[in-house]
Ligand binder design. Structure first.
Ligand SMILES: *Cc1c(COP(=O)(O)O)cnc(C)c1O
Length: 366
């Protein structure tokens, strides 16, 4: 049996590079609580992403919950169900009500033409998701938000390093959330960040991520704990140095896939967006009218030790945990449902060899 190929493989710096980065922690004994690595990574990310403010957090999910709380949102939040569990769960766990908008069949992101019909007097925000590194129609979304006095928070977990006409994906809306989970393009083992324009949010986020503590005898806010520790921040500092090189390797894999699978009847590949510099985060293929169904191809790849992923499936408005709740109905978002039933993301990571890409494509095409 040939060697297993996973859908992704976490990027790591050289062992010695990481050891050198954490050496100082043994001198300072400072392991967490906004230490030197944490501060250095926040500034490095502000620079890399070209955004005025970055706050680091324990993970992407807590970053999402934190920003919903920081903006004091209570009511309905328009979002889409073609996403990871985290987005919908964050809204529900913060006591808000998700209202599901369908997605565009080309970009898989929220269809702006369908937003306004969902706005009620209880709507407080729009929470769109940049999917597979495709950017939402930020202009249309923000125009609608402005007209109705709504906040906009992007789930940008898939869009780290993506730019549109040279503008970073971190710069849109009131805030954007990034995930630095081990499986993402840029990782800090576990980690996440909030990016935003205004200075006012910094203190609010800082209160929420560190118990609302201002001083040894001063606790003016009810906060939680969502701090990034020094070992995770050190991993981020190392990985950031290699990011451009890894993005180039990912790009080569994507180009190889496109050369093999482009133009095959019944296979729909992700269309590059005009003006958008991709981060090559995922390689989704939609099996629509192909000789085999998505599930047949998924099973066949599995028989050959190749792990693809039905991503996103099931869509979040059909999760068991939400069964019977009003408003959770996959039939109300038919495009998201259709895509969820047909899409497969193929293995993609920096260093995936051309031979392995050929092996995967041979199985799909045979
Ligand atoms: C990974 C991911 C998250 C959650 O991030 P974590 O760092 O794993 O908590 C949220 N939304 C999307 C779209 C993701 O892909």
């Amino acid at each position: 049996m040939s060697e297993i190929i996973n859908v992704t493989r976490s990027s790591l710096p050289e062992f010695d590079e990481y050891c050198a980065e954490i050496r100082g922690i043994w001198d300072s004994h400072w392991l967490t609580n906004m230490g030197e690595k944490h501060e250095k990574l926040e500034r490095a990310l502000e620079d890399y992403l070209g955004v005025p403010h970055v706050s680091l957090l324990t993970n992407g999910h807590l970053a999402l919950e934190t920003i919903l709380q920081a903006l004091e949102l209570h009511g309905e939040i328009i979002t889409s169900p073609f996403t990871f569990a985290s987005t919908t769960h964050a809204i529900v766990r913060c006591g808000c009500t998700p209202v599901f908008c369908d997605v565009d069949p080309v970009t898989y992101t929220m269809d702006p033409a369908k937003i306004e019909a969902l706005i009620t007097d209880r709507t407080v925000a729009i929470l769109p998701i940049h999917v597979y590194g495709n950017l939402c129609d930020t202009e249309a979304i923000e125009r609608i938000a402005k007209a109705h006095g709504l906040k906009v928070v992007y789930d940008a977990a898939h869009a780290f390093g993506v730019t549109k006409d040279g503008v970073s994906s971190a710069c849109f809306g009131d805030a954007s959330m990034f995930s630095f989970h081990a499986t993402k393009v840029f990782n800090t083992i576990e980690g996440g960040a909030l990016c935003y324009q205004g200075d006012a949010l910094r203190q609010r986020i800082s209160d929420l991520k560190n118990f609302g503590i201002h001083g040894p005898e001063e606790v003016p806010f009810v906060g939680g704990n969502a701090k990034m520790n020094e070992f995770c921040a050190a991993m981020g500092l190392c990985n950031l140095r290699h990011l451009d090189e890894w993005l180039a390797e990912r790009r080569a894999v994507v180009e190889h896939y496109r050369a093999r699978l482009g133009g095959v009847p019944g296979l729909k590949l992700n269309a590059p967006q005009p003006g958008v510099r991709s981060n090559y985060a995922y390689f989704p293929v939609v099996f629509d009218g192909y000789r085999y169904t998505r599930d047949e191809v998924f099973a066949r790849l599995g028989e050959h030790n190749i792990v693809a992923r039905k991503y996103f499936y099931p869509i979040t408005n059909s999760f068991d945990c939400y069964r019977g709740r009003p408003g959770f109905d996959p039939d109300a978002t038919p495009v998201a449902k259709y895509m969820g039933e047909r899409v497969l993301t193929l293995p993609l990571y920096a260093g995936l060899s051309p031979e392995d890409v050929d092996r995967i494509c041979d199985i799909i095409l045979s």
